[in-house]
Design a protein around this ligand. Structure first.
Ligand code: GRF
Length: 190
């Protein structure tokens, strides 16, 4: 059986879609304390671990030390796949060396358009007619569009706000992410 670790920072609605679909999640890691996503994991009986950004901020954020702490926390679980689901910390290169082609991310835009922290807002501001979500292999380059595993398109409607559009993009993600992850897992463990 494949083993998946999921990285979260917040509400964890994407995590919930993976849980509901029965993906083999063995650990959920959060970089923020007491977020709703941790409760979702606990309710599903999945172990959780917190590697908190706030613990790596003595002077300025020590990204490399944080990355190594994430790698160390995941190591005992012997993961086949690391799945970022709303994880808001950029990880340093050692993470992608430890899990080559096995860190997956979901980003709320049609990459390569609108990378960065505000994919929905930026598509709206640019006057796009269509946006969506992208599942891709994550690398040290943020929102790297080199290897796209799947995309969902979402129409932008007249009168959409960032909130209404985010809601529809997320609904599309909850169908897209489990489906694409299962397809990708099948290529790793044929
Ligand atoms: C999603 O829109 C995802 O694309 C982005 O962060 C959001 C996470 O939402 N990377 P949630 O925590 O899964 O509800």
């Amino acid at each position: 059986m494949a083993k998946i670790g999921v990285l979260i920072s917040g509400s964890g609605t994407n995590l919930q879609s993976l849980i509901d679909d029965g993906l083999p999640i063995v650990i959920v890691l959060s970089d923020q304390p007491a977020v709703a996503g941790l409760d979702r994991a606990k309710k599903a009986g999945i172990p959780t671990v917190e590697v908190l950004r706030q613990d790596f901020k003595a002077d300025k954020f020590d990204r490399l030390a944080f990355t190594h702490a994430v790698i160390d926390a995941l190591k005992p679980y012997d993961l086949d796949l690391v799945v970022m689901a709303g994880f808001m910390t950029i990880l340093s290169p050692p993470m992608f060396e430890a899990y080559q082609n096995r860190v997956i991310n979901i980003h709320p835009s049609l990459l390569p358009k609108f990378p960065g922290a505000h994919g929905v807002r930026d598509a709206l501001a640019a006057g796009e007619k269509v946006t969506g979500s992208t599942v891709h292999i994550a690398t040290a380059t943020v929102d790297d569009p080199t290897t796209i595993l799947g995309q969902s398109r979402v129409e932008i409607l007249e009168g959409d706000t960032e909130d209404t559009l985010t809601e529809r993009v997320k609904a599309a993600e909850h169908e897209l992410y489990p489906r694409v992850l299962k397809e990708y897992l099948a290529t790793l463990n044929p």
